[in-house]
Design a protein around this ligand. Structure first.
Ligand code: PMP
Length: 454
């Protein structure tokens, strides 16, 4: 049993010592003291079904025994910086990750790499035939996207980056520029980022016509830049933005425009990667494109801070111009977790589970839409689903207060879901990938009951 401080004590300390911008869900916030697979437990031992943990961090399930074992084995041996010495954990995870990347990203095997001098020349260049793809490890998604944007700028010699309205890419100086949601955007001076029309099938002006939205990117290149750009960054399904799956055929047209303008295409897979969409391992694959750079974080460490930037050897080479150093990015403990996660995804067929259970969940949520006028839209893929509440289906008036009420009530019924979207009126349903059909049914029954009482 839990013997730690009370909720009131924790809240008082948070108030006294922690960031005033730190927020929590629910009027009476939950004190989560234990987790097991798709369940969370509060201090009284009450169990909650976690339908939001997937986005927060967890891919395989809370405290998955294989992942915990890998982490504890590694930390009992050695935890250290990534640089300076050898350790097998980072190399093993990089190799396993490479096997998950689509062909073009692995780069030509016989590439001749230019090396830029000290200190790398001391060790000599790697054997070019060993090169497949290159991964840089970081500690978070923000850091991964910062690095990706810097690489694009270095590689192209251009500054202009195009991102989407309603995007979330991080909260440091550069990524804050690419982030485009008023709730999350601090208005510090940001240069070199242009925001394109969001290809939002539900609220966007062109509905499902991805090619029409893509024209806006071409216009930005033509009229907002020199005609040359550093790159384009987007999620395949906007997470924080309210589970918005980009309109079909959007990315192929945009990627072609960007490539023509000399830029690199960056896929932010921080939320949609690692099998979450069910149909594909990576979100970008749902649009049939291959990016130049892929970034990932969150679920890849199952709760352990880990991010990564994957690119071709040719692009990665720009970082040999100086020392690129990240003390803990890719450290032994975190990469041991990453490798364990990939193994669990394979062993437990979690991508397939995301497809099967996610499809069932979406079907049942869609059926609720026929029953309740307040549900304006049900969308997403696999275990990345959104339910948007509106008080008027024609006007699509965001039903923000109702969203909060339903969340509170579902918590009382033992189900935790997230929320997001520009107007804060979208449920984000992103469970750990081990979520079962029974869990899905329980979630929908709880939601159905809640709506019926409203
Ligand atoms: N990209 C996306 C798509 C995200 O959802 C987030 C986090 N919400 C980030 C980047 C930033 O990740 P982190 O919070 O780990 O810095």
């Amino acid at each position: 049993p839990y013997t730690g401080p009370s909720d009131a004590d924790i809240l008082a300390k948070r108030k006294a010592y922690l960031s005033p911008s730190l927020y929590h869900f629910y009027d009476k916030p939950l004190n989560i003291v234990d987790g097991k697979m798709q369940y969370l437990f509060d201090e009284s031992g009450r169990r909650y079904l976690d339908a939001f943990g997937g986005i927060a961090t967890v891919c395989c399930g809370h405290c998955h025994p294989d992942v915990v074992k890998s982490i504890t084995n590694q930390i009992n041996r050695i935890q250290h910086t990534t640089v300076v010495y050898l350790n097998h954990a980072i190399a093993d995870f990089a190799e396993a990750l490479a096997s998950k990347m689509p062909g073009n990203l692995k780069g030509p095997k016989n590439l001749t790499v230019r090396w830029w001098g000290p200190p790398w020349f001391l060790n000599g260049p790697p054997n070019p035939t060993d090169l497949h793809m290159v991964v840089f490890f970081t500690n978070s998604g923000t850091e991964a996207n910062e690095l990706a944007m810097m690489i694009a700028r270095l590689y192209t010699g251009c500054n202009d980056i195009i991102s989407l309205r309603n995007a979330y890419h991080g909260n440091a100086a550069g990524t804050m520029g690419a982030t485009a949601q008023c709730n999350w955007k601090f208005n510090v001076v940001q240069t070199g980022v242009h925001h394109a029309l969001n290809p939002d099938p539900y609220r966007g002006v062109f509905g499902l016509d991805g090619e029409k939205y893509a024209k806006d990117v071409q216009d930005l290149i033509d009229f907002g830049t020199s005609g040359h750009v550093a790159g384009f960054i987007s999620e395949a399904i906007q997470g924080v933005g309210g589970i918005i799956e980009l309109a079909p055929n959007y990315l192929p047209v945009v990627y072609a425009s960007i490539k023509k303008a000399g830029g690199l295409c960056i896929a932010d897979e921080v939320q949609s990667g690692f099998g979450r969409t069910g149909s594909h391992f990576w979100g970008f694959e749902t649009q049939g494109v291959v990016p130049d750079i892929v970034t990932m974080a969150k679920g890849i460490g199952n709760g352990i801070p880990l991010g990564a930037v994957v690119t071709t050897p040719e692009v990665a080479e720009v970082l040999t111009r100086r020392n690129y150093f990240n003390t803990f990015g890719g450290n032994p403990v975190c990469t041991a977790a990453g490798l364990a996660v990939l193994k669990v995804i394979e062993k437990e067929k979690l991508q397939n589970n995301a497809f099967v259970v996610g499809s069932h969940l979406k079907e049942r949520l869609t059926a609720l839409k026929d029953k309740y006028e307040i549900i304006g839209d049900v969308r997403g893929r696999g275990m990345m689903l959104g339910v948007e509440l509106v008080s008027d289906r024609q006007l699509k008036t965001p039903a923000k207060a109702e969203t909060l009420r339903v969340m509170e009530h579902m918590k009382e019924l033992g189900v935790l879901i997230g929320k997001g979207g520009f107007h804060g009126n979208v449920f984000r349903i992103t469970p750990p990938l081990c979520f079962t059909k029974d869990d899905a049914d329980y979630l929908v029954d709880a939601m159905d009951y809640t709506f019926s009482k409203m």
